[in-house]
Design a binder for this molecule. Structure first.
Ligand SMILES: NC(=O)c1ccc[n+]([C@@H]2O[C@H](COP(=O)([O-])OP(=O)(O)OC[C@H]3O[C@@H](n4cnc5c(N)ncnc54)[C@H](O)[C@@H]3O)[C@@H](O)[C@H]2O)c1
Length: 263
């Protein structure tokens, strides 16, 4: 799908991988509806982007009503600009590590599990779900009659989750697993789905990592021997949007690294 002149929704757009994606696709002519829980970062981002090319909605993706407000606002902005929806990029996500039993033998709290699943799985699906009634009706374009693209974000943790990642790995495994059925549901509408599963990438999330965890990951890198750059993630999103043969797949973006058990 051609990016120029289409509107893309990016959740988690105020930081890290979502932010880099916005910079990349806006340079290709996209219009962006930025959804993020962080109001200050969202507003200053819009102020830094080319005028009238982006709009910000404060959204907590685990809250259906707040998504509904952003859908309403985005679709009326689309009407104003005349730049039809091209896709949804669900990059909002959280990671709160906790071992299922701690060193005192106490079990983890399900509140933490629900928070991670609610944001990463329910939040991604609810966001996509609420934009689809509009997306399935947009005018199909190109030789294939394409209507749009959904980009989801999984993680290396979906395949080789580390100690303390039961909740996070469950959420990212769910995103990887639902990619194919979502693709199959949407194929008849000319809407594609791709999921990207990054390893360690520099971002707001990984800046909070302890030195011990970072060192354990650096030790097992294959090539290159460094964390991924957000721009490298963004380039894969762009290819995913532009290349119509990318569909129903989970792309590992990890420099060949497999995450270790021991820190
Ligand atoms: N950085 C990595 O190494 C890495 C690796 C694998 C997967 N991921 C995934 O990539 C995605 C982006 O993460 P990142 O690394 O850029 O982190 P980040 O913390 O830099 O960015 C995440 C953004 O999501 C927003 N957000 C968090 N909860 C939200 C909510 N409930 N509603 C709306 N917005 C919310 C945050 O405010 C932030 O702007 C996440 O799904 C993460 O799990 C990251």
């Amino acid at each position: 799908m051609k990016i120029e002149g289409r509107t893309f929704v990016v959740s988690g757009g105020a930081s890290g991988l979502g932010l880099a994606t916005i910079h990349n696709i806006i340079s290709a002519g996209a219009y962006i509806s930025i959804l993020d829980i962080s109001t200050s970062a969202g507003h200053s981002l819009v102020a830094s982007l080319p005028p009238n090319r982006s709009i910000f909605f404060q959204v907590d993706v685990s809250d259906t009503d707040s998504i509904a407000q952003a859908v309403k606002g985005t679709l009326s902005w689309v009407k104003e600009t005349g730049k039809e929806m091209g896709g949804v990029i669900a990059a909002a996500g959280v990671s709160t590590p906790a071992k299922i039993v701690d060193r005192h033998g106490d079990m983890f709290d399900l509140k933490g599990f629900d928070f991670v699943m609610g944001t990463n799985v329910r939040g991604s699906i609810d966001l996509v779900r609420q934009f689809l009634p509009h997306m399935v009706k947009v005018e199909p374009v190109g030789e294939d009659g394409e209507r749009g693209v959904i980009v989801l974000v999984s993680s290396s943790a979906a395949f080789d989750g580390q100690p303390g990642q039961v909740s996070y790995a469950a959420s990212k495994g769910a995103i990887a697993s639902l990619t194919l059925p979502l693709t199959r549901d949407l194929a008849r509408y000319g809407i594609r789905v791709i999921t990207i599963a990054p390893s360690l990438f520099d971002s707001g999330m990984t800046a909070l990592m302890s030195d011990k965890v970072r060192a354990s990951l650096t030790r097992v890198m294959e090539f290159p021997l460094r964390p991924g750059k957000p721009e490298e993630f963004a380039r894969v999103v762009r290819e995913g949007v532009e290349n119509s043969m990318l569909n129903g797949t989970v792309i590992r973006l990890d420099g060949g690294m497999r995450m270790p058990s021991k820190m």
